[in-house]
Ligand binder design. Structure first.
Ligand code: ARG
Length: 568
Protein backbone atom coordinates (compact mmCIF):
# COMPACT_ATOMS: atom_id res chain seq x y z
CA UNK A 1 0.00 0.00 0.00
CA UNK A 2 1.22 3.44 -0.86
CA UNK A 3 0.55 5.66 2.16
CA UNK A 4 1.37 8.85 0.42
CA UNK A 5 -1.09 8.12 -2.36
CA UNK A 6 -3.78 7.17 0.14
CA UNK A 7 -3.30 10.43 2.00
CA UNK A 8 -3.40 12.32 -1.28
CA UNK A 9 -6.69 10.62 -2.12
CA UNK A 10 -8.05 11.54 1.28
CA UNK A 11 -7.16 15.17 0.62
CA UNK A 12 -8.66 15.14 -2.86
CA UNK A 13 -11.87 13.77 -1.40
CA UNK A 14 -11.89 16.41 1.35
CA UNK A 15 -11.39 19.19 -1.20
CA UNK A 16 -14.34 17.85 -3.19
CA UNK A 17 -16.56 17.78 -0.08
CA UNK A 18 -15.43 21.06 1.48
CA UNK A 19 -15.40 23.09 -1.70
CA UNK A 20 -17.86 21.52 -4.12
CA UNK A 21 -17.23 22.47 -7.68
CA UNK A 22 -13.52 23.28 -7.39
CA UNK A 23 -10.99 21.23 -9.28
CA UNK A 24 -8.60 19.63 -6.86
CA UNK A 25 -4.94 20.13 -7.90
CA UNK A 26 -3.68 17.27 -10.06
CA UNK A 27 -0.46 16.77 -8.22
CA UNK A 28 -1.41 16.33 -4.59
CA UNK A 29 1.19 13.58 -3.92
CA UNK A 30 3.85 15.93 -5.25
CA UNK A 31 2.61 18.73 -2.98
CA UNK A 32 2.85 16.61 0.16
CA UNK A 33 5.80 17.49 2.32
CA UNK A 34 7.59 15.58 5.01
CA UNK A 35 7.76 17.74 8.17
CA UNK A 36 11.21 18.11 9.68
CA UNK A 37 10.01 16.64 12.95
CA UNK A 38 7.55 13.79 13.50
CA UNK A 39 5.87 15.82 16.26
CA UNK A 40 4.52 17.92 13.42
CA UNK A 41 3.13 14.92 11.63
CA UNK A 42 4.34 12.41 9.08
CA UNK A 43 3.07 14.27 6.04
CA UNK A 44 2.07 17.89 5.65
CA UNK A 45 -0.24 19.37 3.06
CA UNK A 46 0.45 23.07 2.39
CA UNK A 47 -2.72 25.01 1.54
CA UNK A 48 -1.04 28.05 -0.01
CA UNK A 49 -1.62 27.12 -3.60
CA UNK A 50 -5.30 26.46 -2.95
CA UNK A 51 -5.57 29.81 -1.28
CA UNK A 52 -5.18 31.62 -4.60
CA UNK A 53 -7.73 29.39 -6.24
CA UNK A 54 -10.31 29.64 -3.46
CA UNK A 55 -9.57 33.19 -2.41
CA UNK A 56 -9.43 32.19 1.23
CA UNK A 57 -6.63 32.18 3.81
CA UNK A 58 -4.55 29.00 3.98
CA UNK A 59 -5.31 28.39 7.70
CA UNK A 60 -9.05 28.61 6.99
CA UNK A 61 -8.70 26.17 4.12
CA UNK A 62 -6.72 23.77 6.30
CA UNK A 63 -9.45 23.97 8.96
CA UNK A 64 -12.28 23.37 6.48
CA UNK A 65 -10.48 20.41 4.95
CA UNK A 66 -9.85 18.89 8.35
CA UNK A 67 -13.62 18.68 8.95
CA UNK A 68 -13.81 16.26 6.07
CA UNK A 69 -10.88 14.04 6.98
CA UNK A 70 -12.31 10.93 8.49
CA UNK A 71 -10.16 7.85 8.12
CA UNK A 72 -8.89 6.80 11.54
CA UNK A 73 -7.37 3.58 10.15
CA UNK A 74 -5.17 5.62 7.92
CA UNK A 75 -4.36 8.87 9.67
CA UNK A 76 -5.70 11.78 11.63
CA UNK A 77 -5.04 15.39 10.73
CA UNK A 78 -4.25 18.58 12.64
CA UNK A 79 -4.04 22.09 11.36
CA UNK A 80 -0.95 24.20 11.92
CA UNK A 81 -1.01 27.58 10.22
CA UNK A 82 -1.50 27.05 6.52
CA UNK A 83 -0.69 23.38 6.79
CA UNK A 84 -2.78 20.33 7.31
CA UNK A 85 -0.55 17.86 9.11
CA UNK A 86 -1.21 14.15 8.94
CA UNK A 87 -0.35 11.67 11.66
CA UNK A 88 -0.41 8.13 10.40
CA UNK A 89 -2.28 5.54 12.37
CA UNK A 90 0.90 3.97 13.66
CA UNK A 91 -0.37 0.49 14.26
CA UNK A 92 -1.94 0.23 10.84
CA UNK A 93 1.09 1.88 9.29
CA UNK A 94 3.48 -0.55 10.95
CA UNK A 95 1.48 -3.54 9.85
CA UNK A 96 1.09 -2.21 6.32
CA UNK A 97 4.74 -1.33 5.76
CA UNK A 98 6.07 -4.55 7.22
CA UNK A 99 3.67 -6.70 5.24
CA UNK A 100 4.53 -4.83 2.06
CA UNK A 101 8.27 -5.10 2.58
CA UNK A 102 8.07 -8.79 3.36
CA UNK A 103 5.53 -9.66 0.67
CA UNK A 104 8.12 -10.85 -1.82
CA UNK A 105 11.72 -11.24 -0.72
CA UNK A 106 14.20 -8.92 -2.36
CA UNK A 107 11.54 -7.08 -4.31
CA UNK A 108 10.61 -4.09 -2.13
CA UNK A 109 11.38 -1.04 -4.24
CA UNK A 110 11.47 -2.91 -7.52
CA UNK A 111 9.04 -2.10 -10.29
CA UNK A 112 8.13 -2.86 -13.86
CA UNK A 113 8.21 0.74 -15.05
CA UNK A 114 11.12 0.01 -17.37
CA UNK A 115 9.46 -2.91 -19.11
CA UNK A 116 10.16 -2.86 -22.82
CA UNK A 117 12.81 -0.17 -22.50
CA UNK A 118 16.54 -0.55 -22.88
CA UNK A 119 19.33 1.38 -21.21
CA UNK A 120 22.89 1.20 -22.48
CA UNK A 121 25.47 1.85 -19.81
CA UNK A 122 29.00 2.53 -20.96
CA UNK A 123 31.24 2.16 -17.94
CA UNK A 124 34.64 1.01 -16.72
CA UNK A 125 35.85 1.24 -20.35
CA UNK A 126 39.47 0.50 -19.57
CA UNK A 127 42.47 1.09 -21.76
CA UNK A 128 44.52 -1.74 -23.18
CA UNK A 129 48.05 -2.22 -21.91
CA UNK A 130 47.39 -0.06 -18.86
CA UNK A 131 46.94 -1.49 -15.43
CA UNK A 132 43.59 -1.10 -13.78
CA UNK A 133 44.15 1.69 -11.30
CA UNK A 134 42.13 3.61 -8.79
CA UNK A 135 41.19 6.17 -11.46
CA UNK A 136 38.87 3.58 -12.99
CA UNK A 137 37.28 2.60 -9.69
CA UNK A 138 34.45 5.15 -9.72
CA UNK A 139 33.30 4.46 -13.26
CA UNK A 140 33.33 0.74 -12.55
CA UNK A 141 31.30 0.80 -9.35
CA UNK A 142 28.94 3.62 -10.37
CA UNK A 143 28.23 1.95 -13.71
CA UNK A 144 27.69 -1.45 -12.13
CA UNK A 145 25.35 0.06 -9.53
CA UNK A 146 23.33 1.88 -12.19
CA UNK A 147 23.07 -1.33 -14.19
CA UNK A 148 21.57 -3.08 -11.16
CA UNK A 149 19.28 -0.18 -10.30
CA UNK A 150 17.83 0.04 -13.82
CA UNK A 151 17.46 -3.72 -13.88
CA UNK A 152 15.61 -3.59 -10.56
CA UNK A 153 13.17 -1.13 -12.12
CA UNK A 154 12.44 -3.46 -15.00
CA UNK A 155 14.66 -2.04 -17.71
CA UNK A 156 16.68 -4.21 -20.00
CA UNK A 157 20.27 -3.14 -19.43
CA UNK A 158 23.23 -3.43 -21.77
CA UNK A 159 26.51 -2.96 -19.94
CA UNK A 160 29.27 -1.94 -22.29
CA UNK A 161 33.00 -1.87 -21.68
CA UNK A 162 34.05 0.50 -24.44
CA UNK A 163 37.67 -0.60 -24.51
CA UNK A 164 40.38 1.92 -25.24
CA UNK A 165 42.07 -0.33 -27.77
CA UNK A 166 42.86 1.96 -30.66
CA UNK A 167 45.52 4.54 -31.32
CA UNK A 168 49.11 5.10 -32.35
CA UNK A 169 50.34 4.21 -28.89
CA UNK A 170 49.69 0.56 -29.70
CA UNK A 171 51.98 0.78 -32.71
CA UNK A 172 54.66 2.17 -30.44
CA UNK A 173 54.11 -0.59 -27.99
CA UNK A 174 54.57 -3.24 -30.65
CA UNK A 175 57.69 -1.53 -31.84
CA UNK A 176 59.07 -1.50 -28.30
CA UNK A 177 58.08 -5.10 -27.81
CA UNK A 178 59.80 -6.15 -31.03
CA UNK A 179 62.97 -4.37 -30.02
CA UNK A 180 63.32 -5.15 -26.35
CA UNK A 181 60.55 -7.46 -25.29
CA UNK A 182 60.09 -11.19 -25.13
CA UNK A 183 57.10 -13.39 -24.56
CA UNK A 184 58.58 -14.56 -21.27
CA UNK A 185 59.14 -11.10 -20.02
CA UNK A 186 55.53 -10.24 -20.73
CA UNK A 187 54.26 -13.48 -19.29
CA UNK A 188 55.97 -12.87 -15.96
CA UNK A 189 55.70 -9.08 -15.90
CA UNK A 190 52.15 -8.81 -17.18
CA UNK A 191 50.57 -5.51 -18.06
CA UNK A 192 53.15 -3.75 -15.91
CA UNK A 193 55.89 -4.98 -18.25
CA UNK A 194 53.97 -3.54 -21.19
CA UNK A 195 53.79 -0.14 -19.54
CA UNK A 196 57.52 -0.34 -18.88
CA UNK A 197 58.16 -1.03 -22.54
CA UNK A 198 56.07 1.97 -23.46
CA UNK A 199 57.99 4.20 -21.08
CA UNK A 200 61.27 2.94 -22.52
CA UNK A 201 60.03 3.68 -26.01
CA UNK A 202 59.49 7.31 -25.13
CA UNK A 203 62.81 7.63 -23.45
CA UNK A 204 64.74 6.16 -26.36
CA UNK A 205 62.70 8.10 -28.91
CA UNK A 206 64.15 11.29 -27.51
CA UNK A 207 67.52 10.37 -28.98
CA UNK A 208 66.39 8.09 -31.79
CA UNK A 209 63.74 9.79 -33.94
CA UNK A 210 63.51 6.71 -36.14
CA UNK A 211 61.47 5.06 -33.38
CA UNK A 212 58.48 7.31 -33.91
CA UNK A 213 58.33 6.30 -37.57
CA UNK A 214 58.61 2.70 -36.63
CA UNK A 215 55.75 3.03 -34.15
CA UNK A 216 53.59 4.71 -36.76
CA UNK A 217 54.39 1.97 -39.23
CA UNK A 218 53.31 -0.69 -36.77
CA UNK A 219 50.08 1.10 -36.08
CA UNK A 220 49.44 1.28 -39.81
CA UNK A 221 49.92 -2.48 -39.89
CA UNK A 222 47.34 -2.94 -37.16
CA UNK A 223 44.95 -0.78 -39.16
CA UNK A 224 45.56 -2.82 -42.28
CA UNK A 225 45.04 -6.07 -40.47
CA UNK A 226 48.62 -7.33 -40.73
CA UNK A 227 48.78 -10.75 -39.17
CA UNK A 228 51.85 -10.29 -37.00
CA UNK A 229 50.79 -6.87 -35.75
CA UNK A 230 47.35 -8.13 -34.87
CA UNK A 231 48.60 -11.21 -33.14
CA UNK A 232 50.92 -9.18 -30.90
CA UNK A 233 48.26 -6.58 -30.27
CA UNK A 234 45.61 -9.17 -29.48
CA UNK A 235 48.00 -10.75 -27.05
CA UNK A 236 48.34 -7.40 -25.24
CA UNK A 237 44.60 -7.12 -25.23
CA UNK A 238 44.01 -10.58 -23.80
CA UNK A 239 46.51 -9.91 -21.05
CA UNK A 240 44.90 -6.65 -20.05
CA UNK A 241 41.45 -8.18 -20.01
CA UNK A 242 42.59 -11.17 -18.02
CA UNK A 243 44.05 -8.85 -15.43
CA UNK A 244 40.93 -6.71 -15.33
CA UNK A 245 38.76 -9.78 -15.02
CA UNK A 246 40.28 -10.47 -11.60
CA UNK A 247 39.07 -7.10 -10.42
CA UNK A 248 35.67 -7.56 -12.04
CA UNK A 249 35.29 -10.93 -10.33
CA UNK A 250 36.08 -9.48 -6.93
CA UNK A 251 33.62 -6.66 -7.48
CA UNK A 252 30.99 -8.92 -9.04
CA UNK A 253 30.85 -6.83 -12.21
CA UNK A 254 29.94 -8.24 -15.61
CA UNK A 255 29.54 -6.84 -19.11
CA UNK A 256 27.29 -7.62 -22.01
CA UNK A 257 29.71 -6.17 -24.51
CA UNK A 258 33.39 -5.39 -24.84
CA UNK A 259 32.99 -3.60 -28.16
CA UNK A 260 35.52 -0.84 -27.79
CA UNK A 261 37.23 1.64 -30.02
CA UNK A 262 38.81 -0.86 -32.41
CA UNK A 263 35.44 -2.49 -33.02
CA UNK A 264 34.36 0.73 -34.71
CA UNK A 265 37.37 0.93 -36.98
CA UNK A 266 35.39 -0.26 -39.99
CA UNK A 267 32.21 1.57 -38.98
CA UNK A 268 33.46 5.13 -39.18
CA UNK A 269 33.47 5.46 -42.97
CA UNK A 270 29.69 5.59 -43.23
CA UNK A 271 29.46 8.11 -40.43
CA UNK A 272 31.99 10.36 -42.12
CA UNK A 273 30.07 10.05 -45.39
CA UNK A 274 26.87 10.90 -43.61
CA UNK A 275 28.42 13.98 -42.01
CA UNK A 276 29.66 15.05 -45.43
CA UNK A 277 26.28 14.41 -47.10
CA UNK A 278 24.54 16.44 -44.45
CA UNK A 279 26.94 19.28 -45.08
CA UNK A 280 28.33 19.20 -41.58
CA UNK A 281 31.95 18.45 -42.38
CA UNK A 282 34.15 21.48 -42.93
CA UNK A 283 37.86 21.77 -43.44
CA UNK A 284 39.92 23.60 -40.88
CA UNK A 285 43.69 23.79 -41.00
CA UNK A 286 43.82 20.66 -43.07
CA UNK A 287 41.62 18.67 -40.72
CA UNK A 288 37.92 17.87 -41.08
CA UNK A 289 35.72 19.12 -38.30
CA UNK A 290 32.10 19.77 -37.38
CA UNK A 291 31.69 23.40 -36.49
CA UNK A 292 29.98 23.93 -33.15
CA UNK A 293 30.39 27.64 -32.77
CA UNK A 294 26.64 28.19 -32.63
CA UNK A 295 26.62 25.90 -29.60
CA UNK A 296 29.44 27.83 -27.98
CA UNK A 297 31.86 24.95 -28.27
CA UNK A 298 35.12 24.41 -30.11
CA UNK A 299 34.80 22.37 -33.30
CA UNK A 300 34.59 18.60 -33.03
CA UNK A 301 37.56 17.03 -34.77
CA UNK A 302 36.52 14.15 -37.03
CA UNK A 303 39.52 13.48 -39.28
CA UNK A 304 43.08 14.66 -38.87
CA UNK A 305 44.90 16.07 -41.86
CA UNK A 306 46.65 12.71 -42.37
CA UNK A 307 43.25 11.02 -42.53
CA UNK A 308 43.47 9.51 -39.03
CA UNK A 309 40.23 9.25 -37.09
CA UNK A 310 39.77 10.35 -33.51
CA UNK A 311 38.26 9.30 -30.23
CA UNK A 312 35.19 11.38 -31.10
CA UNK A 313 34.86 9.76 -34.53
CA UNK A 314 34.74 6.35 -32.90
CA UNK A 315 32.26 7.53 -30.32
CA UNK A 316 29.98 8.83 -33.08
CA UNK A 317 30.10 5.48 -34.81
CA UNK A 318 29.50 3.77 -31.47
CA UNK A 319 26.46 5.92 -30.70
CA UNK A 320 24.84 5.11 -34.06
CA UNK A 321 25.69 1.46 -33.67
CA UNK A 322 24.17 1.30 -30.19
CA UNK A 323 21.00 3.00 -31.29
CA UNK A 324 20.64 0.61 -34.21
CA UNK A 325 21.64 -2.52 -32.29
CA UNK A 326 19.94 -1.98 -28.94
CA UNK A 327 17.33 0.68 -29.71
CA UNK A 328 18.01 2.23 -26.32
CA UNK A 329 15.69 4.64 -24.63
CA UNK A 330 18.66 5.94 -22.66
CA UNK A 331 22.39 5.69 -23.22
CA UNK A 332 24.65 6.57 -20.31
CA UNK A 333 28.36 7.30 -20.34
CA UNK A 334 29.89 6.87 -16.91
CA UNK A 335 33.10 8.80 -17.50
CA UNK A 336 35.18 11.32 -15.50
CA UNK A 337 34.04 14.93 -15.70
CA UNK A 338 37.26 15.85 -17.51
CA UNK A 339 35.60 14.46 -20.63
CA UNK A 340 32.66 16.80 -20.28
CA UNK A 341 33.47 18.74 -23.44
CA UNK A 342 33.96 15.57 -25.44
CA UNK A 343 30.47 14.36 -24.60
CA UNK A 344 28.81 17.70 -25.09
CA UNK A 345 30.40 17.83 -28.52
CA UNK A 346 29.37 14.29 -29.29
CA UNK A 347 25.74 14.96 -28.40
CA UNK A 348 25.75 18.25 -30.30
CA UNK A 349 27.07 16.60 -33.46
CA UNK A 350 24.39 13.92 -33.22
CA UNK A 351 21.71 16.59 -32.84
CA UNK A 352 23.05 18.39 -35.89
CA UNK A 353 22.82 15.11 -37.78
CA UNK A 354 19.14 15.21 -36.97
CA UNK A 355 19.03 12.54 -34.29
CA UNK A 356 16.58 13.65 -31.65
CA UNK A 357 17.57 10.64 -29.57
CA UNK A 358 20.81 12.45 -28.78
CA UNK A 359 18.65 13.94 -26.04
CA UNK A 360 18.43 10.48 -24.48
CA UNK A 361 22.16 10.27 -24.00
CA UNK A 362 23.76 11.44 -20.83
CA UNK A 363 27.26 11.94 -19.59
CA UNK A 364 27.17 10.57 -16.06
CA UNK A 365 30.20 12.44 -14.81
CA UNK A 366 32.13 11.93 -11.60
CA UNK A 367 34.96 13.60 -9.71
CA UNK A 368 38.52 12.64 -9.00
CA UNK A 369 39.82 10.13 -6.49
CA UNK A 370 42.78 10.89 -4.33
CA UNK A 371 44.33 8.47 -1.91
CA UNK A 372 45.08 9.32 1.70
CA UNK A 373 45.30 12.98 0.80
CA UNK A 374 47.47 12.58 -2.28
CA UNK A 375 46.37 13.23 -5.81
CA UNK A 376 47.13 10.38 -8.12
CA UNK A 377 49.26 10.80 -11.10
CA UNK A 378 50.76 8.26 -13.41
CA UNK A 379 53.58 10.57 -14.20
CA UNK A 380 54.81 10.94 -10.65
CA UNK A 381 54.60 7.22 -10.21
CA UNK A 382 52.07 7.20 -7.38
CA UNK A 383 49.48 5.04 -9.03
CA UNK A 384 47.30 2.85 -6.89
CA UNK A 385 46.48 -0.38 -8.66
CA UNK A 386 43.01 -1.61 -8.05
CA UNK A 387 43.88 -5.25 -7.49
CA UNK A 388 46.40 -4.19 -4.84
CA UNK A 389 43.92 -1.83 -3.24
CA UNK A 390 41.32 -4.58 -3.00
CA UNK A 391 43.84 -7.07 -1.61
CA UNK A 392 44.85 -4.56 1.01
CA UNK A 393 41.21 -3.93 1.85
CA UNK A 394 40.73 -7.61 2.56
CA UNK A 395 43.86 -7.83 4.69
CA UNK A 396 42.89 -4.83 6.73
CA UNK A 397 39.37 -6.12 7.21
CA UNK A 398 40.77 -9.45 8.34
CA UNK A 399 42.91 -7.72 10.97
CA UNK A 400 39.89 -5.87 12.27
CA UNK A 401 37.80 -9.02 12.39
CA UNK A 402 40.53 -10.95 14.21
CA UNK A 403 40.33 -8.33 16.87
CA UNK A 404 36.60 -7.67 17.00
CA UNK A 405 35.09 -11.07 16.39
CA UNK A 406 37.81 -13.72 16.46
CA UNK A 407 35.32 -16.58 16.55
CA UNK A 408 33.22 -16.04 13.46
CA UNK A 409 33.13 -18.70 10.79
CA UNK A 410 34.42 -18.12 7.25
CA UNK A 411 36.56 -15.26 8.43
CA UNK A 412 38.33 -14.99 5.08
CA UNK A 413 35.08 -14.69 3.20
CA UNK A 414 33.68 -12.15 5.61
CA UNK A 415 36.93 -10.18 5.38
CA UNK A 416 36.52 -10.08 1.63
CA UNK A 417 32.94 -8.89 1.88
CA UNK A 418 33.80 -6.26 4.45
CA UNK A 419 37.03 -5.03 2.86
CA UNK A 420 35.76 -4.85 -0.70
CA UNK A 421 32.40 -3.61 0.51
CA UNK A 422 34.09 -0.76 2.37
CA UNK A 423 35.84 0.38 -0.80
CA UNK A 424 32.70 0.20 -2.92
CA UNK A 425 30.52 1.80 -0.28
CA UNK A 426 32.82 4.75 0.26
CA UNK A 427 33.08 5.29 -3.48
CA UNK A 428 29.29 5.50 -3.66
CA UNK A 429 28.68 7.52 -0.52
CA UNK A 430 28.72 11.02 -2.02
CA UNK A 431 27.22 12.50 -5.09
CA UNK A 432 29.24 11.60 -8.12
CA UNK A 433 30.66 14.95 -8.97
CA UNK A 434 32.29 15.38 -5.60
CA UNK A 435 35.97 14.49 -5.52
CA UNK A 436 36.73 11.54 -3.28
CA UNK A 437 39.60 11.35 -0.87
CA UNK A 438 39.99 7.75 0.09
CA UNK A 439 41.25 7.00 3.59
CA UNK A 440 41.45 3.51 5.02
CA UNK A 441 40.53 4.55 8.53
CA UNK A 442 37.45 6.27 7.28
CA UNK A 443 36.30 3.54 4.89
CA UNK A 444 36.77 0.77 7.44
CA UNK A 445 35.43 2.54 10.50
CA UNK A 446 32.79 0.28 12.02
CA UNK A 447 31.09 3.20 13.73
CA UNK A 448 30.96 5.67 10.88
CA UNK A 449 28.72 6.02 7.89
CA UNK A 450 30.46 3.15 6.23
CA UNK A 451 29.99 -0.16 4.53
CA UNK A 452 31.13 -2.14 7.59
CA UNK A 453 28.68 -0.23 9.79
CA UNK A 454 25.73 -1.06 7.55
CA UNK A 455 26.91 -4.63 7.07
CA UNK A 456 27.26 -4.96 10.81
CA UNK A 457 23.69 -3.79 11.27
CA UNK A 458 22.51 -6.29 8.70
CA UNK A 459 24.30 -9.06 10.59
CA UNK A 460 22.91 -7.77 13.88
CA UNK A 461 19.37 -8.06 12.52
CA UNK A 462 20.16 -11.61 11.48
CA UNK A 463 21.34 -12.60 14.91
CA UNK A 464 18.30 -11.04 16.60
CA UNK A 465 16.07 -13.00 14.26
CA UNK A 466 17.96 -16.18 15.00
CA UNK A 467 17.41 -15.70 18.72
CA UNK A 468 13.71 -15.17 18.18
CA UNK A 469 13.13 -17.81 15.56
CA UNK A 470 11.10 -20.07 17.86
CA UNK A 471 8.70 -17.41 18.99
CA UNK A 472 5.45 -18.28 17.31
CA UNK A 473 2.77 -15.72 18.01
CA UNK A 474 0.56 -13.31 16.14
CA UNK A 475 2.35 -9.98 15.83
CA UNK A 476 0.76 -7.17 17.80
CA UNK A 477 1.74 -4.12 15.81
CA UNK A 478 0.54 -1.69 18.43
CA UNK A 479 3.82 -2.59 20.16
CA UNK A 480 5.51 -0.50 17.47
CA UNK A 481 3.68 2.67 18.44
CA UNK A 482 6.76 4.67 19.39
CA UNK A 483 8.92 7.28 17.70
CA UNK A 484 11.93 5.07 17.08
CA UNK A 485 9.87 2.43 15.31
CA UNK A 486 7.94 5.05 13.38
CA UNK A 487 11.08 6.69 12.06
CA UNK A 488 12.45 3.39 10.92
CA UNK A 489 9.14 2.43 9.32
CA UNK A 490 8.95 5.72 7.45
CA UNK A 491 12.37 5.10 5.94
CA UNK A 492 11.43 1.57 4.97
CA UNK A 493 8.23 2.77 3.36
CA UNK A 494 10.09 5.43 1.37
CA UNK A 495 12.76 3.10 0.06
CA UNK A 496 11.04 2.65 -3.33
CA UNK A 497 11.09 6.43 -3.83
CA UNK A 498 14.82 6.44 -3.08
CA UNK A 499 15.46 3.78 -5.69
CA UNK A 500 13.40 5.78 -8.16
CA UNK A 501 15.35 8.93 -7.37
CA UNK A 502 18.68 7.13 -7.71
CA UNK A 503 17.58 6.07 -11.19
CA UNK A 504 16.20 9.46 -12.23
CA UNK A 505 19.38 11.27 -11.22
CA UNK A 506 21.76 8.41 -12.05
CA UNK A 507 23.04 8.76 -8.52
CA UNK A 508 23.61 5.47 -6.69
CA UNK A 509 24.60 7.42 -3.56
CA UNK A 510 20.91 8.06 -2.91
CA UNK A 511 20.63 4.36 -2.09
CA UNK A 512 23.88 4.30 -0.13
CA UNK A 513 22.51 7.07 2.06
CA UNK A 514 19.14 5.41 2.38
CA UNK A 515 20.59 2.17 3.73
CA UNK A 516 22.88 4.10 6.05
CA UNK A 517 19.92 5.98 7.50
CA UNK A 518 17.94 2.78 7.88
CA UNK A 519 20.88 1.16 9.68
CA UNK A 520 21.17 4.14 12.02
CA UNK A 521 17.46 4.13 12.79
CA UNK A 522 17.45 0.41 13.35
CA UNK A 523 20.33 0.70 15.79
CA UNK A 524 18.61 3.50 17.63
CA UNK A 525 15.52 1.36 17.90
CA UNK A 526 17.60 -1.59 19.03
CA UNK A 527 19.27 0.39 21.82
CA UNK A 528 16.05 1.84 23.11
CA UNK A 529 13.74 -1.17 22.93
CA UNK A 530 14.16 -4.71 24.02
CA UNK A 531 13.21 -6.76 21.04
CA UNK A 532 12.76 -10.11 22.70
CA UNK A 533 10.73 -9.55 25.83
CA UNK A 534 7.90 -11.18 27.83
CA UNK A 535 5.02 -10.10 25.62
CA UNK A 536 5.14 -12.65 22.85
CA UNK A 537 2.89 -10.78 20.44
CA UNK A 538 4.82 -7.56 20.85
CA UNK A 539 8.04 -9.51 20.49
CA UNK A 540 6.79 -11.00 17.26
CA UNK A 541 6.01 -7.50 15.93
CA UNK A 542 9.49 -6.26 16.86
CA UNK A 543 10.99 -9.28 15.16
CA UNK A 544 8.97 -8.58 12.03
CA UNK A 545 10.26 -5.02 12.08
CA UNK A 546 13.79 -6.39 12.37
CA UNK A 547 13.14 -8.72 9.46
CA UNK A 548 11.88 -5.85 7.33
CA UNK A 549 14.87 -3.66 8.20
CA UNK A 550 17.25 -6.49 7.34
CA UNK A 551 15.44 -7.07 4.09
CA UNK A 552 15.67 -3.47 2.91
CA UNK A 553 19.29 -3.06 4.01
CA UNK A 554 20.13 -6.24 2.11
CA UNK A 555 18.37 -5.07 -1.03
CA UNK A 556 19.98 -1.63 -0.89
CA UNK A 557 23.46 -3.08 -0.39
CA UNK A 558 23.03 -5.50 -3.23
CA UNK A 559 21.92 -2.66 -5.55
CA UNK A 560 25.11 -0.73 -4.88
CA UNK A 561 27.20 -3.88 -5.17
CA UNK A 562 28.12 -4.47 -1.54
CA UNK A 563 27.78 -7.98 -0.18
CA UNK A 564 26.10 -8.51 3.15
CA UNK A 565 27.67 -11.12 5.46
CA UNK A 566 25.24 -13.20 7.50
CA UNK A 567 27.43 -12.87 10.55
CA UNK A 568 30.07 -10.41 11.46
N1 ARG B 1 38.75 4.64 -22.24
C1 ARG B 1 38.34 5.94 -21.84
C2 ARG B 1 39.16 6.39 -20.63
O1 ARG B 1 39.68 5.58 -19.91
C3 ARG B 1 36.87 6.00 -21.45
C4 ARG B 1 35.91 5.66 -22.55
C5 ARG B 1 34.52 6.05 -22.19
N2 ARG B 1 33.54 5.67 -23.16
C6 ARG B 1 33.35 6.27 -24.34
N3 ARG B 1 32.41 5.78 -25.11
N4 ARG B 1 34.06 7.27 -24.71
O2 ARG B 1 39.29 7.58 -20.41
Amino acid sequence: MDWKTSIAELIARAIGLAFPGTDAPQDIPGMLEVPPDTNMGDYAFPCFRLSKLLKMGPPQIAGRLNDFIDAPDLARAETAGGYLNFFLNRTAFARGVIEDVLASPGQWGSSTQGRGKTVCIDFSSINIAKRFHIGHLSTTVIGAALTRIYGFLGYRTVSINHLGDWGTQFGKMISAYKRWGTRDMIRSGGVEALSDLYVRFHKEAETDPELENEGRAWFKKIEEGDEEALSIFNHFKEMTLKDAQKVYDILGVTFDSYDGESFFNDKMGVVIDELRDKGLLVQSQGAWVVDLEDEGMPPCLILKSDGATLYATRDLAAALYRKKTYDFSKCLYVVAYQQDLHFRQLFAVLRKMGYAWAGHMEHVAFGMVSYEGEALSTRRGNVIHLDELLDKAQEKALDILEEKSPDIENKELVAKQVGVGAVVFSTLYNNRIKDIDFWWDRALNFDGETGPYVQYTFARCGSVLKKGEDIAAEPDYSALDNDEALQLLLLLSRFPEEVEEAMQRNEPYVITRAVTEIAKKYNKYYYEHRIIAEDLNGTRARLELTKAAREVIGTGLSLIGVEAPEKM
